[in-house]
Design a protein around this ligand. Structure first.
Ligand SMILES: [Cu+2]
Length: 312
């Protein structure tokens, strides 16, 4: 059974199952052994992957390397996906001290004899208006339209929520770390105080380059904590518990399921603790911008987190 991340992640997105071809796990070639390479004219496309998404995530990120073996520059002018309203080409830039995404409507030039890598934290394809989630282990085909080389249909392997790149693909410095960091691998004792430890754990597990995780509010009552989180366009609430060794563990992730006393009790929080946490939550969330609090409701369902962290 695969470890499922609680997804404090921007996820990415969604596709009706019929738009996504199943990988065969019984076939001869392991998918990680050789990233697919597709050519179109003088262009080669390699290392294409998309990140798995949370339920109802509005967007998905996809990445690849474009190499131009020709003597003339070409341009990626547009990308189409079988589902999703549109695919945009985005860049990440520093603006007033924060990383923000910038849409590149004019497309992306691939210089003659050069290559361009789209990777987490930098240039990326962003699938907008998704209608179903992207499931790790499946594959999504998208069509890249080049100014000179024409269209090319490219299979994108769907990797973990915070994948940095396909295993064995060396284009990115972070290539190979395809799975989320588990809870167990994180040394909380190095951090000061429960709030710092909880935020550190969540960032360790779910934050990625270009997708900062905002954790607030952090409400702690004894060995139970309820937090709100927001990452790019999505958000949610999570329940954490302190284990016998004194370490915080994410127990489950949900959205409005952890809003208010009744929901907390329904998810296993002791009534007296739930009453106190719900009062603290109401006060703390009232201090946050309304759109921030609204993002907490976007996490649909309840995701129970186990702790076989490294994901196999
Ligand atoms: Cu983007």
């Amino acid at each position: 059974m695969k470890h499922r991340i609680c997804a404090l992640l921007l996820g990415a997105a969604l596709f009706p199952a019929d738009a996504v071809a199943q990988h065969s796990h019984h076939g001869a070639a392991p998918q990680s052994a050789a990233p697919h390479e597709v050519t179109a004219g003088a262009l080669a496309v390699s290392g294409a992957f998309a990140r798995a998404t949370l339920p109802r995530a509005p967007v998905a990120g996809a990445y690849l390397t474009l190499t131009n073996h020709g003597t003339q520059a070409d341009r990626l002018v547009s990308v189409t996906a079988p589902v999703g309203k549109e695919v945009q080409i985005h860049d990440m830039i520093h603006k007033d001290g924060v990383m923000v995404m910038r849409h590149l409507p004019e497309g992306l030039e691939i210089p003659a004899g050069g290559s361009v890598t789209l990777r987490p934290g930098g240039l990326h394809l962003m699938i907008m208006g998704l209608t179903d989630k992207l499931v790790e282990g499946q594959r999504l085909e998208m069509t890249l339209h080049f100014e000179k080389a024409g269209p090319a249909t490219v299979p994108f392997d769907i990797l973990a929520l915070n994948a940095r790149g396909p295993a064995g693909h060396t284009a990115g410095k972070d290539a190979g770390h395809a799975h989320a960091h588990g809870q167990a691998a994180f040394d909380q004792s190095a951090l000061d105080g429960d709030e710092g430890r909880i935020i550190g754990l969540l960032k360790h597990m779910f934050e990625t380059d270009g997708a900062p995780l905002i954790v607030a509010p952090v409400l702690i009552d004894g060995d139970v904590a309820i937090i709100g989180w927001m990452q790019q366009e999505t958000g949610g609430r999570a329940l954490l518990r302190r284990d016998d060794a004194g370490l915080w563990r994410v127990s489950l992730c949900t959205g409005d399921g952890l809003k208010g006393e009744a929901g907390m009790i329904a998810l296993g929080v002791a009534p007296t603790v739930a009453a106190r946490l719900a009062r603290a939550q109401a006060g703390a969330e009232a201090q946050l911008p309304p759109d921030h609090v609204a993002a907490f409701a976007r996490f649909d369902g309840v995701l129970h987190i186990d702790d076989n962290g490294q994901g196999h």
